[in-house]
Design a protein around this ligand. Structure first.
Ligand code: MTE
Ligand code: MO
Length: 391
């Protein structure tokens, strides 16, 4: 049996699987493929992925990415405490703490503030190969966080801006070998310079529609260029304080432990999850000619907004060759970027295809070996070698 699957076979497969609640390749998945174009399965990836892991959690099947802007009902989604119940009529965003005028803003109040659009693609900091299904790219609209903070009047001693979601649940706070179970809201904080900068957005719509429950209806924070965790959904309160905020999802859950050689000595550092680390991944390989003479390698770049200098692709242990960045994606600073590479005259047999991105500061996407000093699994931006069989 050939390792390649035609578009028709994939659609047939999805019909057979539909009753099981497991998605194969739905009909919308490959309209971008031309008649003769066929998908070459990755042998490092299961043939079918379970996209809806629970009603609240969804990943994307990266082989089906075609739109620069991910449709809202396909946007990946995840959270810790499920979906909170929010009554839009009585919803208020509270602004409290070290401000001159505490606020209680309705949705109408928020919508009366001049809004701004933001194309922003982000990934969950836990996103990693081979599945890499926890990223998407959206066209958001909302009001700058700064506009709301200015209305409240931030006091001089304010240092820390804590954004709480309406969702909450039990977390175990560990202290010296003992766990204390307490109820906490999902909360993330920004430092003063970040909170009062132009960047953070309080978004109420995605792709022109009000946010769905999955995306944090009615309001969420977006920190352009950062990982998913800071993008607090179901935003209910902004609390301004002087002390550092040490809630579970700020101080403990979203941490990376990695080694760094400083003055010839290994230092083990714990750092917070903030800016996205430069990542590229190959999303699909297709055969574009009836014979095996030409294949297209398509992939995605996620980054912190620093412009991309290059993306390269390598087949097996061959030289790195330049890929082409899709200009329709490079114009948006914080959007994800697409790339293509034409692989000519692929030889029959097993191959490995790998991509790596480099930004204009000369930052090169690391290899898995480079990341061996990263002991915890978040921020896994390593080059991911895809395996496949030709012929
Ligand atoms: N209120 C709240 N916001 C949250 C979370 C959460 O558990 N509660 N999870 C965060 C994490 S870890 C991620 S990756 C993103 C996912 O956003 P999405 O569901 O829109 O893709 O939401 C973030 N915002
Ligand atoms: Mo996440």
């Amino acid at each position: 049996m050939t390792r390649e699957t035609s578009r028709r076979d994939m659609i047939k497969g999805s019909v057979a699987l539909a009753g099981l609640g497991v998605l194969g390749f739905p009909d919308w998945a490959f309209p971008a493929l031309a008649q003769e174009e066929t998908l070459v399965p990755f042998t490092d990836l299961p043939e079918t992925l379970v996209l809806e892991r629970t009603p609240e959690n969804r990943i994307i099947d990266l082989r089906t990415i075609r739109d620069v802007i991910t449709p809202a009902d396909q946007f990946f989604t995840t959270q810790h405490f499920g979906h909170p119940e929010i009554d839009l009529a009585t919803y208020r965003l509270q602004v409290s703490g070290l401000v001159d005028r505490p606020l209680s803003l309705s949705l109408a109040d928020l919508r009366a503030i001049p809004s701004r659009e933001l194309v922003f693609g982000f990934e969950c900091s836990g996103n990693r190969g081979p599945v890499n299904g926890l990223s998407s790219n959206g066209r958001w609209r909302g009001v700058p966080l700064r506009a709301v903070l200015e209305r409240a009047g931030v006091q001089p001693e304010a240092r820390e801006f804590v954004l709480f979601g309406a969702d909450h649940g039990e977390v175990e706070v560990e202290f010296r070998g003992r766990a204390y179970p307490v109820d906490q809201h999902y909360g993330r904080s920004l430092q003063r310079d970040q909170a009062l900068s132009d960047a953070p957005l309080l978004a109420y719509s995605l792709n022109g529609e009000p946010l769905s429950t999955h995306q944090g209806r009615p309001l969420r924070l977006l920190v352009p260029g950062w990982y998913g965790a800071p993008n607090v959904k179901w935003l209910s309160e902004i609390h301004v304080q002087e002390d550092q905020y040490l809630g579970n999802y700020q101080a403990r859950w979203y941490r990376t432990l990695r080694g760094e050689v400083v003055n010839g000595e290994m230092k083990w550092k714990e750092t917070a999850i903030t800016k996205m680390r430069l990542k590229s991944f190959i999303a699909r390989v297709t055969r574009v000619t009836p014979d095996d003479s030409r294949h297209n390698v398509f992939g995605v770049v996620l980054h912190d907004g620093t412009p991309i200098r290059s993306v390269e692709v390598r087949v097996d242990d061959g030289p790195w060759e330049p890929a082409t960045l899709d200009p329709a994606t490079t114009s948006e600073r914080y959007g994800w970027k697409f790339f293509d590479y034409t692989w000519n005259n692929a030889t029959p047999g097993e191959h490995t295809v790998t991509s790596r991105a480099t930004d204009v500061n000369g930052n090169v996407q690391p290899t898995a070996e480079d990341l061996e000093v990263k002991l915890t699994f978040l921020e896994h931006n390593a080059q991911h070698p895809r395996t496949l069989t030709i012929g």
